[in-house]
Write a protein of this length. Structure first.
Length: 257
């Protein structure tokens, strides 16, 4: 038995609850509801299944989920102020704590029919994350992850956000290493078995520049172009990787059926 098997076992449990939360929310994403309503559903589901929502009160954040709509890049704060409407694209980011360990994952959702550009962005973002995950194994460098994402995304005409990155995670929400979603091959630290971190590319239709709104949390594209994100929590095994936040329903990206 390896020396990280207990950590992995706990992270499987936390990751499964985070993924189940997104699975549950899927059928509730429809025109006319508020992101505040989504937040309430997520909070209650995590609580009722033996977990706690990590974002709640984290550094003063007052909600349980992050809900990032259209040109919001990340850390969108749930609100009652605007109902979802046809054509919206929404990222929901869930982090569950179970028995002191964290599972962190996000997916994109579409409200009704969305534009071709939005669909292309969502697909490119998901594919870039999976391409990066598929190369994971001990011995590769962190820069290889970023290079995989950046090369693919830019080939599709989109840009990679520089201001936010993936991160180490275990019994701490955010820890080393920082996992950049851009970069050069064969740079950065070498991956070792037992490492656990997130890969969570944020990809924009326009330029990669972002700004933070006055609430101190909500990050938006400066040029107001659409943004998309997907996220998994990963563990590095002896000869590859394990995704802790896979969907039980095999949901990966819209349309979820």
């Amino acid at each position: 038995m390896n020396n990280y098997s207990e950590k992995f076992e706990k992270m499987r449990v936390a990751g499964k609850l985070a993924a189940k939360t997104l699975d549950m929310l899927t059928e509730n994403i429809k025109e006319g509801i508020s992101t505040e309503f989504i937040d309430k559903l997520g909070y209650e589901f995590i609580r009722d299944n033996g977990g706690y929502s990590a974002p709640l009160f984290y550094r003063g954040f007052k909600k349980s989920l992050c809900t990032s709509l259209n040109h919001v890049v990340c850390h969108g704060v749930p609100t009652t102020e605007r109902a979802l409407k046809e054509g919206d694209v929404l990222n929901i980011d869930v982090t569950a704590i179970v028995d002191g360990y964290y599972g962190d994952t996000s997916r994109m959702f579409c409200v009704g029919e969305v534009s071709v550009k939005a669909n292309n962005l969502i697909n490119a973002t998901y594919e870039s994350m999976m391409k990066a995950i598929n190369i994971l194994r001990p011995g590769i460098k962190l820069g290889d992850i970023g290079n995989e994402i950046q090369t693919y995304v830019e080939s599709k005409g989109f840009s990679v956000v520089r201001d936010f990155c993936g991160h180490g995670i275990s019994n701490v929400f955010h820890e080393h290493p920082n996992v950049l979603h851009y970069g050069k091959k064969n740079t950065g630290i070498e991956l070792e078995s037992g490492m656990t971190f997130t890969i969570e590319p944020m990809i924009n239709v326009g330029k990669y520049d972002v700004k933070i709104l006055n609430d101190g949390w909500t990050a938006v594209t400066k040029d107001k172009s659409l943004s998309a994100q997907f996220e998994h929590t990963i563990g590095i095994t002896e000869n590859g990787y394990e995704i802790f936040t896979k969907s039980d329903k095999n949901y990966s990206r819209p349309p979820y059926k």
